[in-house]
Design a binder for this molecule. Structure first.
Ligand code: SF4
Ligand code: SF4
Ligand code: SF4
Length: 503
């Protein structure tokens, strides 16, 4: 595959990237870590164990017994993996993408190599159409919403039949493979992966800033831009990133190719304080903001569907529409849309109450921006991210606290057919809950509160740094926006109490 020439960032507007908020702690200054990052098998060694586990999941689900609470496929996927992935997102950002078997397998096939640098790739190398890329990561949100509906309908994560878990995993790997064989680089990871919007947004709370340039002035005079174009040492950035302009960890897959490529040793692996990737960017993306709101709507659905009112509502809608089962698409999409609309509607109210401050009456871009709805929704939605992150993690906790130890018997009898490979198949740990129900609820409420405090901090910083100039009544805007965060946090926490620790 020809190495695509990436468009270089124009010098206009470059200054805004040289932010004082750039992370300062560079882990790659450690010689041992630098050596590891420079080695070609670096990412391969992270992907390989997960690759083996997930192909084993597929086999166990296909050929093992239909005992969801004992089959290795369902036990590891829904009692452990999903929770660990959310923990990784919240703490590390795209840590999961570094070791992900879905993109990893497809990339091995696309590159015709596990880790060596090959010039010729197995792909049609098409570019993602510009008109499609306008929606940004919202395409991923759409795939995630559709997939979650199928997951709910077939009770896959319940967990239901292990076969369905196999088919789900196989389906995601298949979709990844087709996309990698059709489009260039990690187009799948940028736009289509059902998890990428969630990891990108929720991961913004994390402490890993990703790979960035050490001295941006060096990049300005760099003729080769090997980090983006690739070199003998590494592939061009699979995520189409330029480390010289990154202000958040949204689209750095932590693959380290830019670190290998840079001829001036000007790339580092930076860590930052939690929430920095939400606060620091001066230019925020509206697709990311809408993704956060839609994802919030989705996790609210997953809370509301556990309450007593939901089943009669769903049944009633099924009777009217003749739909055969849970969840009826009308209430499923309706609740997601309602959650999204309530947030966006409140932000419209804040904008109205705050009054537009005319920054410049000459009709400049700045004045125009002050008037757009997006100028209000986008930063305020970023501020909500820690609650959304905490909510998703909290939703996974009951399965983990109640059943994570079932992995011990499942390892001895992965197909649930009566084997006892390591002598643990009949372990009493099968029935042990790590926390009582009250502890499960408490952990969920605590997480919601931590998310709420984080959201208050981010919203406060964004309001005071980026929005004061938009409004004629900054104090009122602060009160309303921060009040909304408090109400959202209290609602999430109250829902967990009402759910009573249900899975
Ligand atoms: S974006 Fe999706 S497929 Fe790509 S590495 Fe991340 S989780 Fe895996
Ligand atoms: S190759 Fe290195 S110096 Fe050149 S633009 Fe990329 S990171 Fe900067
Ligand atoms: S090459 Fe791109 S995705 Fe990989 S570490 Fe560098 S910036 Fe991140």
């Amino acid at each position: 595959m020809a190495v695509r020439k990436l468009r270089e960032p124009s010098r206009d507007g470059m200054e805004e990237h040289f932010a004082p908020s750039d992370p300062k702690i560079d882990l790659a200054r450690n010689p041992l870590l630098a050596k590891m990052l420079r080695s070609r098998p670096f990412q391969f060694l992270f992907i390989l164990p997960n690759q083996l586990i997930f192909w084993f999941v597929i086999v166990a689900g296909l050929f093992g017994a239909a005992v969801p609470t004992r089959n290795f496929a369902t036990v590891i996927t829904w009692y452990i993996w999903f929770c660990v992935v959310f923990l990784l997102m919240v703490g590390v950002g795209r840590g999961w993408c570094l070791m992900c078997p879905f993109g990893g397998f497809a990339e091995w096939v696309q590159r015709r190599s596990f880790f060596q640098r090959h010039k010729i790739s197995l792909t049609l190398g098409l570019k993602w159409p510009k008109s499609w890329s306008k929606v940004g990561i919202l395409s991923s949100v759409g795939v995630f919403i559709v997939l979650t509906w199928f997951e709910e309908f077939y009770n896959i994560a319940g967990p239901g039949k292990p076969l369905f878990t196999s088919l789900l995993v196989f389906g995601v790997i298949g979709l990844a493979l087709i996309t990698f064989l059709t489009f260039e680089r990690r187009t799948f990871c940028r736009y289509l992966c059902p998890l990428t919007a969630l990891i990108g947004t929720v991961g913004s709370t994390g402490m890993v800033a990703g790979f960035r340039t050490r001295d941006r002035d060096v990049c300005l005079s760099c003729e080769t831009k090997d980090c983006m174009r690739g070199s003998e040492n590494g592939y061009p950035c699979p995520w189409y990133e330029w480390p010289g302009s990154a202000t958040s960890n949204l689209t750095c897959g932590l693959c380290s190719e830019c670190f290998k490529n840079c001829p001036k040793d000007n790339v580092g692996l930076f860590v930052q304080r939690p929430l920095t990737s939400l606060v620091a960017p001066t230019s925020r993306r509206s697709d990311v903001a809408w993704a956060i709101l839609c994802l919030f709507g989705l996790v609210l659905f997953q809370q509301l569907n556990a309450l007593p009112f939901y089943v009669p509502l769903d049944n009633w809608l099924n009777n009217i529409t003749g739909f055969p089962g849970y969840p009826n698409p009308v209430d499923y999409l309706g609740i997601i849309a309602l959650g999204t609309a309530v947030c966006a509607g409140f932000y419209a109210l804040v904008r109205w109450a705050g009054g537009i401050r005319l920054v410049d009456t000459s009709g400049s871009r700045k004045t125009h921006l002050a008037h757009t709805f997006s100028a209000w929704v986008t930063p305020l939605a970023y501020g909500l991210t820690p609650i959304v992150a905490a909510d998703y993690l909290a939703r996974q906790l009951p399965r983990f606290w109640d059943h994570a130890l079932r992995i011990i018997p499942a390892i001895s009898d992965p197909f649930a057919v009566g084997w006892n490979l390591f002598g643990t198949a009949h372990s009493n740990l099968y029935n042990v809950h790590l926390l009582p129900t009250s502890g499960v609820i408490l952990s969920q409420v605590l997480l919601a509160v931590i998310g709420g405090v984080g959201a208050l901090y981010v919203t406060h910083r964004i309001l005071n740094r980026d929005m004061r100039h938009l409004t004629a009544r900054p104090v009122l805007v602060n009160v309303l926006a921060l009040g909304f965060v408090v109400v959202a946090t209290a609602s999430v926490a109250a829902l967990y109490v009402a759910m009573g620790g249900i899975q």
